[in-house]
Design a protein around this ligand. Structure first.
Ligand code: ACO
Length: 202
């Protein structure tokens, strides 16, 4: 039986592992990256560190099978990343700026991202200042846990005063796109690479 509970610092390794094992458009990206921590450093670690009130895990007897992580105020979160999170990583991972984009390895693409992070569009943040990531391992998918975890996060965000949440989903991750539409998100923008920004009022 799975239960949803607030995440704790002890869940950090599980979050990093699940992040990697779902990072290839929802599928396992373990074979894609040479450094197994890089994906988690970007998409999991800072959420647990800076927004623990909006981090929840799905757990059963076998351990943590998924998580949802969010932030209340994306702009403030991005400022904090600049001050307190990226500097340490930038000193450990070189900026591959001189490698042409088309020739970068998957690790180099992520290293470039942490040196040159994309900032959220202020026009999106005006109505939907919060954002989230959700990842469940295959054994936990398709049983309604994703919906329940989003509802848990939305309750926490609503109680903290958020008017709305946005997210970014890759163009190849059609399953997650269908899930988000089904639970009420609408598409706001699509990038040339096919990545979609979706929003939901709370
Ligand atoms: N199209 C239409 N409806 C769907 C789809 C789909 N592709 N997928 C699920 N649904 C529906 C379900 O039928 C269900 O409907 P109901 O509540 O009306 O009966 C509802 O959505 C909820 O489905 P859940 O079973 O809760 O979905 P699940 O637990 O599998 O969670 C998730 C979905 C989060 C995408 C999960 O499969 C997952 O973690 N996948 C791998 C990682 C991933 O891709 N994460 C998203 C990355 S993008 C980001 O985090 C911003």
């Amino acid at each position: 039986m799975f239960e949803i509970r607030p995440a704790s610092p002890a869940d950090r390794a599980a979050l990093y592992r699940i992040c990697l094992e779902t990072a290839d458009s929802g599928a396992d990206a373990t074979g894609l990256y040479r450094d197994p921590l890089l994906v988690g450093h970007i998409y999991a670690g800072p959420y647990l560190e800076f927004a623990p009130d909006f981090a929840f895990v799905l757990k059963d007897g076998a351990g943590v099978g998924g998580y949802v992580i969010g932030v209340l105020d994306t702009a403030a979160f991005e400022e904090r990343l600049e001050r307190e999170w990226w500097p340490g990583l930038r000193s450990r991972y070189l900026d591959p700026a001189d490698v042409p984009p088309g020739e970068r390895t998957p690790d180099e693409r992520l290293a470039h991202l942490l040196h040159h992070p994309q900032r959220a569009d202020p026009a999106v943040l005006a109505g939907y200042p919060s954002h989230l990531h959700i990842d469940l391992l295959p054994g936990a998918q398709g049983e309604g846990h994703g919906r329940r975890m989003l509802e848990r996060l939305f309750t926490a965000l609503r109680e903290a005063g958020s008017p709305g949440v946005h997210l970014g989903v890759g163009g190849r991750n059609t399953r997650a796109q269908g899930f988000y539409r089904h639970v009420g998100f609408r598409e706001l923008a699509r990038s040339p690479s096919g990545a979609i920004t979706m929003v939901l009022g709370l």
